[in-house]
Design a protein around this ligand. Structure first.
Ligand code: ME8
Length: 489
């Protein structure tokens, strides 16, 4: 009997199309890509979704500033996101845009289901609104009269609006958090959410009468749906309402998000799902921020780093490696090219590149058959790597792979294969070639291009996680270029 494939559904936020992607956006998408690729390596049935958030005031303003028609503007910007992810080797299975009809269709059904449940009512919203964050705030929430999230000016709103009875779901949410300890991740961010929910939930204004660039509110078409409420539904609209795909992939396994939008994903979204009669996701992982000189990288601060420029200069894989290796997932980290260059030189070129080059140079000249005893296998901490990947400790997992690469380099230094011949050399090469084959599998989610290059040099096919153990080496060596070249500091 063959075991049924496990399904795995991972999403990124859908990004606002007010400007092109910067390194912060690329980070979320790269991290999610690594997790998606890891699950494919395990043999899971993976669905990896990303996309763009195209409605709301912020987008209209951005288009107006450029004096462009908003439709043409969002079309163009969505295209820049797609091509950016392609350049960074992102393996998303779908790309949802909130201006697509398939999205609107599901949003209508979702809102109708909430309405049927008696969770929507008409009222008047009075309070503050931050356009760049597309978020409502009360007097008490403001910081020195400004947005408590981004510090920018807020506008006073007073208009007719429909509300969602978020308050009704307080206990159900707390119960869900309690019964699903992995839902609020990382764990150190859970207390803040739980305490805020315990402190009480106010009903949420979910329509705007004054905003025209949005999806009409099906119950009263003079209103448009609040952009955040509509945007969250993307995670379902990409699957289709009560479709086979939804049946297979919902609930999502991981919503990967930045910490500033944790509240929307950990509180509002599951409450909306309860209201619509659907299961909440299994995990919301709120990662930290990339900063530059201690300040959050963001379009409005003007300190953004271009991921395409960085990948052009250092290679896509060096950038991917650096971003996950430099900071544990969940923490903040400061970006600098100096740190990137150091990791490229010291780890990618000196550890991995050098190991592959040394081993392949000797192996290419060896004309005997390759075989022996797996002496290096004990240094491979496979269980730890698997556990860390499962726990989304990506930096921990890649660090453990690196310990193995270092162990292999030490083995080369100790065994001095250049002084060996015959059976002894065959054994040493067996250990090193099998190690390189396994390393190539393990780094493939992180650095797919490098893994592919290494496979070609080893003359082996793509492996799966099941192949990441010592067996017989059947490759046909074709030593190529160094996997990584050092750059001048
Ligand atoms: O919030 N460091 O879109 P957005 C790390 N459309 N990650 C960063 C970052 C930084 N400095 N800056 C941005 C939105 N990000 C909504 C989401 S989802 C239903 C709707 C990443 O274009 C991080 O993932 O402002 C953050 O949450 C996201 O980009 C915000 O992108």
């Amino acid at each position: 009997m063959t075991a049924k494939k496990e399904k795995f559904y991972i999403t990124t936020p859908i990004f606002y199309v007010n400007d092109k992607a910067h390194l912060g956006h690329a980070y979320t998408v790269i991290v999610s890509d690594i997790i998606a690729r890891w699950h494919r390596l395990r043999g899971d049935d993976v669905f990896f979704l990303t996309g763009t958030d195209e409605h709301g005031e912020k987008i209209v303003k951005a288009a107006e500033e450029k004096r462009e028609d908003v439709k043409a503007f969002v079309e163009k910007l969505a295209g820049t996101y797609k091509s950016c992810w392609k350049s960074l080797n992102i393996s998303n299975d779908d790309f949802i845009r909130t201006t697509e009809k398939r999205h609107e269709d599901v949003v209508f059904k979702f809102i109708e289901a909430m309405g049927k449940n008696g969770d929507l009512y008409k009222g008047e919203y009075e309070g503050w609104y931050c356009v760049p964050d597309e978020t409502f705030f009360t007097d008490l929430q403001l910081k020195d009269g400004r947005c408590p999230v981004c510090g920018r000016e807020v506008q006073r709103l007073k208009e007719e609006s429909y509300f969602f009875r978020l308050s009704k779901y307080q206990n159900r949410l707390l119960e869900y958090y309690d019964n699903n300890r992995e839902f609020l991740s990382p764990n150190f961010r859970s207390t803040e959410i739980i305490n805020r929910v315990k402190g009480g939930l106010k009903d949420l204004s979910i329509t705007r009468k004054s905003v025209k660039w949005g999806i009409p509110f099906p119950i009263d078409r003079r209103h448009s749906i609040y952009v955040w409420v509509e945007a969250l539904i993307n995670y379902l609209s990409a699957l289709g309402w009560h479709s086979e795909k939804e049946e297979l992939f919902w609930p999502a396994d991981v919503h990967m998000v930045g910490k500033e939008i944790n509240w929307f994903h950990s509180v509002i979204w599951p409450a909306m799902l309860f209201s619509a009669g659907l299961e909440p996701p299994k995990k919301v992982f709120a990662h930290g921020w990339w900063t530059v000189d201690g300040q959050k990288m963001s379009k409005s601060v003007g300190n953004v780093v271009d991921p395409i420029a960085m990948s052009g200069k250092y290679s896509v894989d060096a950038l991917r490696y650096f971003l996950v290796r430099e900071i544990p997932l969940g923490d903040d980290g400061d970006f600098s090219e100096k740190a990137l260059g150091l990791r490229l030189n010291n780890e990618l070129a000196a550890d991995l590149g050098n190991l592959a080059y040394r081993v392949l140079s000797i192996a290419e000249k060896f004309d005997g058959s390759i075989g022996g005893e797996p002496e290096l296998e004990a240094s491979l901490e496979m269980e730890k790597i698997v556990d860390d990947m499962q726990a989304l400790n990506l930096s921990g997992a890649i660090e453990t792979v690196w310990r193995y690469i270092k162990a292999c380099n030490k083995y080369v230094n100790d065994k001095k294969p250049w002084e060996l011949k015959g059976k002894e050399l065959s054994n040493v090469l067996y250990n090193l070639l099998e190690s390189l084959r396994i390393i190539s599998i393990l780094i493939s989610p992180f650095m797919p291009d490098t893994s592919e290059k290494l496979n070609l040099q080893l003359g082996v096919g793509h492996g799966t996680l099941k192949d990441a153990k010592f067996g017989t080496f059947n490759g046909k060596i074709k030593k190529g270029e160094y996997l990584f070249r050092k750059i001048e500091p």
